[in-house]
Design a protein around this ligand. Structure first.
Ligand SMILES: [Zn+2]
Length: 503
């Protein structure tokens, strides 16, 4: 039996939907997105992100029964590693607790590995694989997997690039900034970082019979960070990276002059500081920014260098996962900045990503997307688009991102982005990837926003799920975590799935 025949039979034997066949199968399978749920092999993926705390608080069987009954869910994305609060833990204090789960804030949330770390897989890294102390005697995969199997549900390990700098051995994996100081992020090129992720891929796939893996890195390169091109903290040009020895070495191999790159980023640091301080050069913001780029093209080369480090991580994880379990899928969570910043979007090339992806969860959170878009506009208008007003910057962004009919600047935080944005982004992703790559839009349910900002309503969830399938999605992924979702909103997703006759 050759590899291709083996893969095909294992896909058929596996039943249900295939998470992602190998690229060798391209052209042999239907390229049409599945919308009817008729065949067993093209059933759409209806998934939810859920952390350990929900099973501990509410009981595994009860949670899974609810998932099936309320939202016809068939796939669980278990948060298996993170130090962040976005996908694990309960609601952080300051946000109302939803109508299920323990009615108590977990202020002492810590994070880490929520399954059982098997040390033999982490020999090549300085980073110590830390069992999350939040649930010291609980292994979320070992607990949920058999219960999911009994219900014919799939289990995906979902882990992300979020650390605490206090983790033992982190210091030997840290990114180094423009001024030679360690940052609170890992360098994607550092072997300690790479081997940590590869060890984790191997640990999940060899220690448990899970159905696939999803990893996410909500990070971008030094140029985008310097100008604050995201909805995050607005960037800080003095802490951009990476200038560690591994990256300097990679630059040399690529023929990029590190000293010139450093000079360019120092010039950019001065420029951003002046812009933020309200200084307006006679030639304006845009022209003086562009002047730095043409004077120091190494600034752009360093942005590419950083991205190649991340792409190599994807490539290596994909290769490792397919070596161990060729019929199981591995794919990526693509950060929400993709929806706001054309700079980041340019670096998320769907055709390129297709070479090392079985599926993509493209974040299309339309509710929190409103306030987040406004935040991005404030950040980028404070630097690169200082010649424009925030209103004009948002108009320009809508044109560049090819959105239509979205709300103006004074209403976007309260109104959110539309379901049509979800449809457009789905269509763009489906058109951009090779036919073997599944597109599973991330739909937001009750992601915390400030009191005056857009909150998720049942009709929003219903419309967004419908829009995703209308755009050709192969599934949907309800995000970010069950422990922040209201049950009525989860039911609204289920209503859309049933009305579409997908369940
Ligand atoms: Zn580095």
């Amino acid at each position: 039996m050759n590899r291709r025949t083996f893969l095909e039979s294992s896909l058929i034997a596996a039943g249900g939907f295939a998470l992602g066949p190998s690229p060798e199968l391209v052209g042999q399978r239907s390229t049409q997105p599945s919308r009817q749920g008729s065949g067993t092999t093209d059933k759409p993926m209806i998934g939810i992100q859920v952390g350990a705390v929900s099973f501990v608080d509410e009981g595994t069987d009860k949670v899974l029964d609810n998932f099936q009954e309320m939202a016809a869910l068939n796939t669980l994305f278990l948060a298996t590693f993170t130090y962040g609060r976005g996908i694990a833990g309960r609601q952080p204090r300051g946000n109302p607790l939803p109508d299920h789960g323990k009615q108590e804030y977990d202020d002492d949330y810590h994070g880490g590995i929520f399954s059982t770390p098997h040390s033999q897989f982490y020999k090549g890294t300085s980073i110590v694989p830390e069992k999350a102390p939040d649930h010291p005697n609980y292994d979320v995969i070992a607990d949920v997997l058999p219960a999911a199997r009994r219900r014919n549900m799939k289990v995906i390990c979902w882990f992300e690039d979020v650390f605490r700098k206090e983790v033992r051995g982190f210091d030997r994996a840290a990114e180094v900034d423009l001024h030679g100081r360690p940052t609170t992020h890992t360098c994607p090129r550092n072997p300690n970082t790479r081997n940590f992720w590869l060890g984790m891929v191997e640990d999940y796939l060899r220690s448990y019979d899970v159905d696939g893996l999803m990893w996410g890195s909500e990070r971008q390169g030094p140029l985008n960070n310097a100008i604050g091109a995201s909805h995050g903290g607005g960037g800080n040009p003095s802490t951009v990276g990476c200038f560690c020895p591994h990256c300097l070495d990679a630059a040399k191999k690529m023929g990029v002059d590190a000293a010139r790159a450093r000079q360019g980023y120092t010039a950019l640091e001065g420029w951003v500081t002046a812009m933020r301080g309200g200084k307006r050069p006679a030639d304006g913001a845009f022209v003086t920014f562009w002047r730095i780029l043409v004077e120091y093209p190494e600034v752009l080369a360093w942005e590419r260098l950083w991205n190649e480090g991340l792409r190599d991580t994807y490539r290596d994880m994909y290769r490792k996962a397919h070596e161990i379990a060729p019929s199981k899928g591995i794919g990526w969570h693509l950060w929400h900045t993709n929806s706001f910043a054309p700079f980041y979007r340019a670096e998320q090339d769907y055709a390129e990503l297709s070479k090392y992806s079985d599926f993509l969860k493209v974040v299309m959170y339309n509710n929190s997307g409103g306030p987040r878009m406004a935040e991005y506009i404030r950040n980028i208008q404070g630097t690169l688009f200082g010649d424009l007003t925030p209103e004009q910057t948002l108009e320009l962004t809508y044109r560049l991102q090819q959105y239509e009919g979205e709300k103006p600047f004074d209403r976007i935080s309260q109104a959110g982005l539309s379901a049509d944005y979800v449809r457009r982004e789905t269509t763009r992703a489906v058109a951009g990837v090779s036919s073997h790559v599944k597109i599973w839009p991330g739909i937001d349910i009750d992601i915390p926003t400030r009191p005056s900002e857009k909150k998720t309503e049942t009709e929003d969830v219903y419309a967004a799920v419908k829009a995703a399938f209308d755009g050709g999605a192969h599934g949907v992924l309800l995000s970010r975590k069950y422990s922040e979702m209201k049950l009525a909103n989860l039911r609204a997703a289920g209503q859309a799935i049933r009305d579409l006759k997908l369940a």
